[in-house]
Design a protein around this ligand. Structure first.
Ligand code: PGA
Length: 250
């Protein structure tokens, strides 16, 4: 029922020339993918990425979006600006934004609203830090992030919203949650959605796992019942690795 989604998150990597090179190399390797394939790239690469991905099954996303329509928000990019570039997805609330740039559940909520208003599909990131995990606070943290970050959204919004569960301690560290752990935690997120929103929302919302997902662990992670996809950082920068993950069921 839920179509799997494999999304790359390039973070602050690749120039326009490298973008073209990567997508040109990747596209022929993933023509038979059964999942939605997305690359979220830096703002400056969006146009080059759209051009290189034309006629392929790769959808392009941004890595953030401003919450305001326009105005005095130095350094922000609005949803309308992304729309003009025909971007499909946008990552919101990545832990690096929360950690280094003061992103909060309240700003996540406003950005998701701005994205939805512009018909962009938000990939909303949640996840606990190592300390929170050690203190047994994972469930509490996730509940707060989901309830406040997604507050006010209705059933039809969840046709567009994708949730990415990314334990912060697993991002870029080579440490992955075990497939069973990731599956259970994503199952818990679904439980929160059922309890705080609606059972049908819990059933239809796509929830992906992120955090050191790679060619070695992707098949096992993707085989889990609750896991609908992956948000992939490091391994999305290499065409062969990313293609392997996209083709996880081949
Ligand atoms: P990683 O990053 O795959 O390099 O751990 C994932 C992410 O931050 O989305």
């Amino acid at each position: 029922m839920r179509k799997p989604i494999i999304a790359g998150n390039w973070k602050m990597n690749k120039t326009m020339a490298e973008t073209k090179e990567m997508i040109t190399a990747l596209a022929p390797k993933i023509v038979n993918a059964d999942c939605d394939v997305v690359l979220c790239v830096p703002y400056t690469d969006l146009q080059a990425a759209k051009k290189a991905a034309k006629g392929t099954n790769i959808k392009i996303g941004a890595e953030n979006v401003g919450w305001a329509e326009k105005g005095a928000f130095t350094g922000e990019v609005s949803a309308e600006m992304l729309n003009e570039l025909k971007v499909t997805y946008v990552i919101i609330g990545h832990s690096e934004r929360r950690q280094y740039f003061g992103e909060t559940d309240a700003t996540v909520n406003m950005r998701v609203q701005a994205a939805l208003n512009a018909k962009l599909k938000p990939i909303v990131c949640v996840g606990e830090t190592e300390t929170e995990r050690e203190n047994g606070e994972t469930e509490k943290v996730l509940e707060k992030q989901i309830c406040e970050g997604l507050k006010g959204f209705k059933s039809k919004d969840f046709d567009k919203i994708v949730i990415a569960y990314e334990p912060v301690w697993a991002i870029g560290t080579g440490k992955t949650a075990t497939a069973t752990d990731a599956n259970n935690t994503i199952g818990y997120i679904r439980h929160i959605l059922a309890k705080k929103f609606h059972k049908s929302i819990a059933e239809k919302t796509r929830i992906e796992y992120g955090g050191s997902m790679n060619v070695k662990n992707c098949k096992e992670l993707m085989a889990q019942e609750e896991i609908d996809g992956g948000l992939i950082g490091g391994a999305s920068l290499k065409p062969d690795d990313f293609a392997f993950i996209v083709n996880y069921n081949k």
